[in-house]
Ligand binder design. Structure first.
Ligand code: DGT
Ligand code: CA
Ligand code: CA
Ligand code: ZN
Length: 591
């Protein structure tokens, strides 16, 4: 469990205690601890073996230390589990609704003993919320609107969230101990794999598809024991369907999971089928039929004799269909089957191709770490270069830099660069593109930067024509190297701002300004469609993290996944270049 998941459990417990009417001191102790852990630079799990270090964190006392030890030992808090039993785990869903806090939830509970979203919605529609103390018709209408918003975005999850849930479940499945569960055949699960949209690296994930195989999947009795084990998964909220070799359930955070148990000889066929996409599968099955085979989740089989010819691995299935192996990211029926037949699949970019990450913030503005700490992390990632790109003054709440502070910051970065071995630290800035398209700092200051990322952080709702002009002006500024998070969307939260993407890409190609692929899981901006469009236009991409903390540098892999889904190769991405060539590219010199 990372700091974020620990903090979430503590925040949830605080809310549940508040619903339960606990004293405010106790509630506050959970919230304070959650906040302290959220803001911690180190991972709390690394400190746990040394209780003194945990107690040294302001906001964490002896009682909280015991809670944390329990969390790391058992994976849950008894306190939280008991409260969830009392009020039902659906209470956590209610808490996610904007504007619906513990106080109101407690009010609704004491009047109606309702603790789930559907139930509260029904009450509101029946006019039963307005009559509660301190409520009213306005509150009721606002609540209904908030429930509508909640439903619109719930049902899909950000990729990092899905990945984390999948990992936790896979770890749990890996602990299935065949011997102690009294299986007839020896052995637990030999393979546990995620399939579906998560394996394809889609930007958001609907439900998790987990496949397991091993001898525990073979006999009926053993399968029953294995399914029973899955059903005991602690974060499970309710079971949706349960069969002989499949169990579907909902987690407390509302994420749905399908776990399937497969015999080893079908594992490849099932992995292929449940990885999808559906469109890829349909096209592949048609091809199989033309070649005299049937393809389903059990095997690739001869149409006439029904004898399986492949099924144990994906590779043998694709090979039998005379196709090169297609990485999951490409399986969307967007030309990959054709390319696999003609041996023209692209050599997709990999994490190893990246030589640097050039979008990160420090304590000078809204980052959490120093230049030195960010540099150490970049070196740990094997990067040959990096850039510090703090905010400019227009972003006042982030303590953005004016000309004077920006110049001093350049000095600090240059000084750190001369002192630190192992990576080159470029001096950069993430400068705001103001409402009229001007950049937020003077040309003289910007000209001294190695990397100028120009980003929109304000006036998102301009008319598309005005937004287009605004971005065109920023691209034409000779100091601009990269347009940061070019569409400004926040996944599941805020739509992209509207403008003429074709005109912007044409201008970027002309001025040799790169487009960012921001890897932050709620951005993934440009998206895969725009990345393909950019590639067609000859616009180069820079894949960055936009890190505000050393731990964020890892998020680069989500950007790589999107780049792969867009068929990008290392030639399309500037930060695969060696340091000198990259520096020139930031000054509009590339081939
Ligand atoms: P999601 O969960 O909405 O993010 O997207 P997926 O792709 O994970 O979709 P899901 O979970 O409904 O199904 C997993 C895979 O199973 C899907 O990618 C392809 C396969 N699959 C599901 N339904 C069908 C179907 O009706 N026909 C075929 N050929 N494949 C299907
Ligand atoms: Ca899925
Ligand atoms: Ca599914
Ligand atoms: Zn930004």
């Amino acid at each position: 469990m990372d700091n974020k998941s620990i903090a979430t459990v503590l925040y949830e417990t605080a809310d549940l205690l508040e619903i339960d009417g606990a004293d405010s001191f106790r509630i506050r102790s959970y919230r304070n601890a959650a906040q302290a852990i959220e803001n911690l630079t180190d991972q709390i799990r690394d400190l746990i073996p040394e209780p003194k270090k945990v107690l040294a964190i302001p906001g964490i006392g002896k009682g909280m230390l015991l809670n944390l030890q329990e969390l790391f030992r058992d994976g849950h808090l008894t306190m939280q589990a008991e409260l969830l039993k009392k009020y039902h785990p659906s209470m956590l869903q209610l808490l996610k609704i904007q504007g619906l806090g513990p106080k109101t939830i407690a009010l609704i509970w004491s009047a109606y003993q309702v603790s789930d979203v559907d139930g509260v919605e029904k009450l509101a529609r029946e006019g039963k919320i307005r009559t509660l103390p301190r409520m009213g018709e306005k509150h009721e209408q606002k609540l209904l609107k908030a429930i509508e918003d909640f439903r619109r975005i719930s049902g899909r999850f950000l990729i990092d969230n899905a990945e984390e849930e999948a990992k936790r479940l896979v770890d749990y499945l890996a602990r299935f101990d065949a011997a102690s569960s009294g299986l007839a055949s020896f052995g637990g699960f030999e393979k546990i794999t995620t399939a579906g949209s998560l394996r394809r690296g889609r930007e958001t994930v609907g439900d998790l598809d987990i496949l397991v195989t091993g001898s525990a999947c073979c006999s009926v009795e053993d399968r029953a024991k294995a399914v029973h084990y899955v059903a005991q998964y602690p974060p499970l909220m309710n079971i949706l369907a349960q069969g002989d070799n499949k169990i579907s359930f909902r987690l407390r955070n509302d994420m749905q999971v399908d776990v399937r148990l497969l015999p080893p000889e079908s594992f490849g066929a099932a992995l292929q089928y449940f990885t999808g996409s559906k469109a890829h599968n349909v096209a592949l099955r048609q091809r199989a039929l033309k070649m005299g085979y049937t393809l389903n989740e059990y095997s690739l089989a001869d149409l006439k004799t029904e004898q399986p010819v492949a099924g144990r691995t994906e590779e043998e299935i694709y090979a039998k269909l005379n196709l090169d192996y297609m990485p999951p990211e490409l399986r969307e029926n967007l030309g990959e089957i054709d390319a696999a037949e003609k041996h023209t699949l692209p050599a997709l970019i990999t994490l190893d191709d990246l030589q640097g990450d050039v979008h990160m913030h420090t304590v000078e503005t809204d980052g959490r770490n120093t230049i030195e700490e960010m540099a150490a992390e970049a070196i740990a990632h094997g990067y040959k270069y990096m850039a510090i790109t703090d905010h400019s003054k227009n972003l006042a709440f982030a303590n953005g830099l004016d000309d004077t502070r920006a110049l001093a910051h350049i000095q600090r970065i240059r000084e750190a660069n001369s002192r630190i071995e192992g990576t080159t630290i470029f001096a950069g800035i993430e400068v705001d593109i103001l409402a009229d398209g001007d950049l937020d700092l003077s040309d003289e200051v910007l000209a001294q930067m190695d990397v100028v990322i120009a980003s929109v952080h304000s006036a998102f709702n301009q008319e598309p024509a005005k937004m287009t002009d605004r971005l065109l002006k920023a691209i034409a500024n000779p100091n601009t190297s990269i347009i940061g998070h070019p569409t400004g969307r926040l996944l599941l939260r805020r739509d992209a701002y509207q403008y003429d993407m074709d005109a912007i890409l044409a201008a970027a190609a002309k001025h040799k300004v790169a487009m960012e692929l921001n890897s932050y899981p709620d951005r993934l901006d440009l998206n895969e469609v725009h990345l393909r469009q950019a590639k067609q236009r000859g616009v180069k991409i820079v894949i960055n993290t936009d890190s505000h903390h050393t731990s964020h540098l890892d998020k680069i892999r989500y950007g790589i996944l999107q780049a792969r889904r867009a068929w990008l190769t290392r030639n399309d991405v500037l930060n695969t270049l060696p340091v000198a060539a990259f520096a020139r590219a930031m000054k509009h010199e590339w081939n």
